[in-house]
Design a protein around this ligand. Structure first.
Ligand code: TRP
Length: 433
């Protein structure tokens, strides 16, 4: 059985799964579109829902030592093993659109390298997403590399990649953020990012904030459960807090890169697609000031591709290993990697054409629907179930054994038993009304 070589290795791998496109690509444009109210609610959601559940989900994995379809049974509730089906559904849907955005990062890294060498020009974001062949090629490449990394043996790959490349991405983001923010002024960005406006406080904003907290922390889908099942030592609380802090820090720093550039481009009368394209417009605009801009763009999108890969690999692993353990635990796991790989490939390729390249597929709006179905409904539902299980069904003696002696235990327990399920239940309920 595989075990993490060190608790640092575990924290880095879990952080590698959590930090990804949700932080750098999605959070800044959501923060821009939905404003300070969304950001503040997001931070609140992290405190009362995200962090406690992160620890809760890790507890189930750590205490059982088992993955999806087995962990809950091991803890005395076999019926709950069916939770695995929800995780597989969520995982496949996430991969369906996540791999498309991963492909965009691949494409931008590659085409800035070509532009740097003077052999090709980088197309604008709209032209690129409207080009069917380019979409298909990018997405194909990203899915293929994801499957390749899984096949080659995940753990080493993930640990090594995260250890060296992710700090570099962090530094690059910080430098970009400093430079971008200096162009418009710090307070302009913080006003945009943190100003609370009661008029925009409604059920939809809350649901979006909660959903994004789940998506960003890789929660509600069994990923953290599976990760923690490989964990030897009792450091769940520390690991959970580290993962949460790193994830949030990266998301906030990314806002200071994207938002100033979007504001600046608009001030200059330029058109910017504030939605899914914001990052892909903002960073090149920022770097156009520099002589070596092509290579900096390449480096940035290369590192972001790696961040996206650590997430997609971990997602893929969760889904494929879940399927394997459900259908034939004795059988060859590679078979399930192939089956899942083929399925995800087809789904992602179709989705890649739904951002403008093919008219009838774009009308179906698959990209947005997959994203919404998962972040607004399936992940929060998964989180609610985990909170109920950990708060009410899992024997407290086992929890205490793995939680360790910590002063925050009673606070955490109160939150996961009452606050989290109640908040999640209400949020989900109102979204259906
Ligand atoms: N958190 C990842 C990101 O920020 C995306 C993600 C959501 C994920 N759920 C996951 C990754 C489960 C791995 C496992 O990009």
């Amino acid at each position: 059985m595989k075990k993490w070589s060190s608790s640092l290795g575990f924290i880095l791998a879990a952080a590698g799964s959590a930090v990804g496109l949700a932080n750098v690509w999605k959070f800044p444009y959501m923060a821009y579109e939905n404003g300070g109210t969304f950001v503040l609610i997001y931070l609140l959601c992290l405190l009362v829902i995200g962090f406690p559940l992160l620890i809760g989900e890790m507890l189930v994995g750590k205490a059982s030592g088992k993955g999806l379809f087995e962990a809950f049974g091991e803890l005395g509730k076999p019926l709950w093993n069916n939770f695995g089906y929800l995780c597989i559904l969520s995982g496949v849907l996430i991969l369906g659109f996540y791999c498309v955005v991963g492909g965009w990062c691949f494409f931008y890294a590659g085409s800035y390298a070509m532009q740097g060498m003077g052999v090709a020009e980088v197309p604008g974001f709209g032209d690129y997403t409207g080009n069917g062949w380019q979409q298909i090629l990018s997405t194909f490449a990203f899915v293929a590399v994801t499957i390749g990394v899984v096949m080659a043996g995940v753990m080493r790959g993930i640990e090594q990649m995260v250890r060296y490349l992710m700090p570099l991405l962090g530094i690059l983001l910080l430098v970009f953020a400093g430079y971008a923010t200096s162009k418009v002024g710090f307070s302009v960005v913080t006003d945009q990012l943190f100003t609370y406006n009661p008029d925009t406080l409604n059920g939809e904003t809350v649901l979006k904030a909660v959903g994004h907290a789940f998506f960003s922390l890789s929660l509600g889908i069994g990923a953290m459960l599976v990760f923690a099942s490989y964990l030897k030592e009792d450091n769940i609380v520390k690991a959970g807090l580290w993962v949460g802090v790193i994830d949030t820090a990266v998301a906030l720093v990314a806002c200071f890169v994207v938002i100033p550039m979007v504001l600046l481009i608009q001030k200059q009368g330029g058109q910017v697609d504030e939605g899914a394209g914001a990052l892909f417009v903002a960073v090149p605009a920022l770097l156009s000031d520099f002589a070596g801009g092509n290579w900096l763009n390449m480096l940035f999108f290369f590192l972001l591709s790696c961040a996206a890969l650590t997430s997609s690999v971990s997602l893929f692993e969760v889904v494929a290993s879940g399927l394997h353990s459900r259908l034939s635990p004795e059988g060859d796991p590679r078979k399930y990697n192939w089956i899942m790989g083929a399925f995800v490939m087809v789904l992602a390729l179709i989705t890649s054409l739904s951002v403008g390249a093919n008219e009838s597929i774009s009308k179906l709006n698959l990209f947005t629907h997959f994203d919404d179905a998962v972040t607004l409904y399936l992940l929060p539902l998964g989180g609610l179930l985990i909170a109920i299980f950990v708060g009410w069904l899992m024997p407290e003696s086992i929890i205490k054994q793995h939680f360790g002696k910590r002063a925050i235990y009673p606070v955490w327990r109160g939150i996961i038993r009452y606050v989290t399920p109640l908040a999640m239940g209400l949020i989900l309920l109102q979204s259906f009304l």
